[in-house]
Design a protein around this ligand. Structure first.
Ligand code: HEC
Length: 163
């Protein structure tokens, strides 16, 4: 009797778990498609934004390696008050996460800053024109814009946005 019951519960368990497995197997091809599509920048456009999830992923890497030491790992800045000049008269690196004024600049101007840096204006940011590919510069922008609220992003669009 007891053995039979154990046998039955094992049967029931196997039945339940194989039922549970079925939908997973059906989902697998879809999951694979999703994986494949992350290689295509156009295919995973983030709703309401100019950039794709892929660009944010690339930008995370680019930013960590080239920008985070000055602008903070999450583009939050590294000084208390970015408006306060340093002793040498230059400005500290501002946050780029939407809390300062990077959103006043359309893409063309953001790229100009990234390409030329601020040294030409007596600032401290080095030029990245020859260090990063254009796709990496855009990805860095996508990365810090991913921290912007929809409200800030909408204001940026009014200031020229992707122009
Ligand atoms: C050595 C420090 C340093 C590094 C590294 C650096 N920046 Fe900067 N960045 C600054 C400073 C300082 C400023 C303010 C202008 C100046 O003084 O050069 C600035 C300004 C900017 C601005 C203009 C922000 C605004 O509100 O107008 C952008 C955009 C920017 N940086 C993006 C980047 C990106 C993207 C990277 C990496 C590819 C990067 N910076 C790397 C120091 C740095």
């Amino acid at each position: 009797m007891i053995l039979n019951r154990i046998g039955l519960s094992i049967l029931v368990l196997v039945f339940i778990s194989s039922c549970g497995d079925a939908p997973m197997e059906q989902m697998a091809p879809g999951a694979e498609n999703e994986q494949a599509s992350t290689n295509d920048p156009e295919s995973e456009q983030i709703a309401g934004r100019w950039y794709s999830n892929d660009q944010v992923v690339l930008g995370t890497e680019v930013f960590a390696e080239n920008c985070a030491e000055c602008h903070g790992a999450s583009a939050e800045g590294i000084v208390e008050d970015w408006r306060q000049r340093l002793d040498d008269g230059s400005f500290p690196p501002p946050p780029l996460n939407g809390s300062a004024h990077a959103w006043h600049h359309p893409t063309s101007m953001l790229l100009q800053v990234i390409n030329n840096g601020g040294e030409v204006y007596g600032g401290k940011m080095p030029p990245f024109a020859d260090i990063l590919e254009d796709s990496e510069k855009l990805a860095a922008i996508a990365f810090f814009q991913s921290f912007w609220s929809d409200e800030i992003y909408a204001q940026w669009e009014q200031m020229g946005g992707t122009n």
